[in-house]
Design a protein around this ligand. Structure first.
Ligand code: AMP
Ligand code: MG
Length: 347
């Protein structure tokens, strides 16, 4: 997955900015930080048993490393093997986990009206985002974009039968950059729950899954300001929740004074222009991740319809003019941060 510039904002959990002691927490909070999925993953566990925590950290680390490796879009791992098989026109046996993942991607693609398209690997690579470094130089030629669009890769080209995956379209190349973090953090939370740890935050560069509380006090998390450095707004998580943000500021190519974001509109093959940041709160991290990406593509005129189709009721969207729109359900959750005198417009 990609290198993210998205900041980590989680109140007292803010990336090293504030010490835990500064938060006045007497019982211990246990923290670890790993570089995975192209970003810093900050793990915070609230549990009194240090031995249990140590075990949990080991298991979590192993799981996330495995998923990082096997879901990577452009480095060797299981996903690359699957993509290579598809490109050769071959079918391949996939694990039950991968089967469920593919079905989920298809469901999300369908419900988003096609704008969440995790089969666009060739196009994402053409734009230069299959690289640890940010791309530079001129954008790809229109002709090359059109040639890839004409192949119309879609997750619906994939077929699953008795655990065997095949594709009607050899140009399908799965890229889970818009979904994989949520998928991984959901799995991470399940591991923690299985070990009896019910109070945690897994934060991958600002995309996070939260569970429980820190010894009875709600986890407080921030939503990054797309143009600034601080938090646009704050919220307290309740129970198990995921908060995911997609933004054009995370990864982009800059050329001739123009910014080309890493989120691509499958309808025209171009980076999104209109929405600069989309945030959702949902119980499921993978779905929240996919939805935040889809809403970025949907644009100002359509995001509400897409949010409804994806069952997302808590949404905040910032567009290029700086207008901040929130659903009623989201507005109830937020404490405004650095709004710079702007209002949250409840829609
Ligand atoms: P996110 O930060 O979750 O919005 O994910 C952005 C990443 O998703 C990009 O770096 C691409 O790997 C991938 N991506 C880009 N455009 C799309 C799209 N229209 N649908 C699904 N994934 C996309
Ligand atoms: Mg996403």
């Amino acid at each position: 997955m990609a290198v993210s510039r998205r900041g980590f904002l989680a109140g007292c959990l803010s990336a090293g900015a504030l010490s835990l002691a500064g938060c006045g927490s007497t019982p211990p909070l246990h923290r670890q930080r790993w570089y995975l999925f192209g970003t810093l993953v900050d793990v915070t566990l609230a549990h009194p048993d240090a031995a249990r925590v140590a075990l949990a950290m080991r298991e979590l680390s192993a799981l996330l490393r495995d998923l990082h490796h096997n879901l990577h879009a452009w480095k060797p791992g299981r996903l690359m093997e699957v993509n290579n098989a598809i490109a050769r026109g071959e079918s391949t046996v996939v694990s039950p986990g991968m089967q469920a993942l593919v079905s989920d991607l298809q469901d999300y693609h369908r419900r988003s009206g096609g704008i969440f398209n995790p089969a666009l690997g060739e196009l994402i690579a053409l734009w230069g985002f299959h690289d640890d470094l940010m791309p530079s130089g001129a954008p790809p030629a229109r002709q090359r974009i059109d040639r890839l669009l004409a192949e119309a890769p879609s997750p619906l080209d994939l077929q699953l039968q008795d655990g065997v995956l095949s594709s009607r379209n050899p140009h399908v190349q799965l890229d889970l950059g818009g979904y994989g973090k949520g998928y991984a953090l959901d799995a991470g939370m399940r591991v923690l729950q299985g070990l009896g740890i019910h109070d945690a935050i897994l934060n991958a560069g600002g995309d996070l899954n939260a569970a429980g509380s820190r010894y009875g006090r709600a986890w407080r998390v921030g939503i990054r300001h797309p143009q600034g450095r601080g938090a646009l707004a704050w919220l307290e998580t309740a129970g198990s929740e995921a908060v995911y943000t997609s933004g054009d500021y995370e990864r982009y190519r800059e050329y001739d004074g123009q910014r080309y974001a890493h989120i691509i509109d499958p309808r025209n093959g171009m980076p999104v222009q209109d929405i600069v940041s989309a945030t959702v709160i949902h119980r499921d991290g993978a779905r929240a991740d996919a939805a935040a990406t889809a809403l970025s593509v949907a644009g100002s005129a359509h995001w509400q319809a897409v949010a409804e189709a994806l069952d997302m009721s808590q949404v905040m969207v910032v567009n290029r003019t700086g207008r901040i729109e929130v659903t009623r359900a989201m507005a109830q959750r937020l404490t405004p941060g650095e709004l710079g005198g702007r209002q949250l417009v409840v829609v």
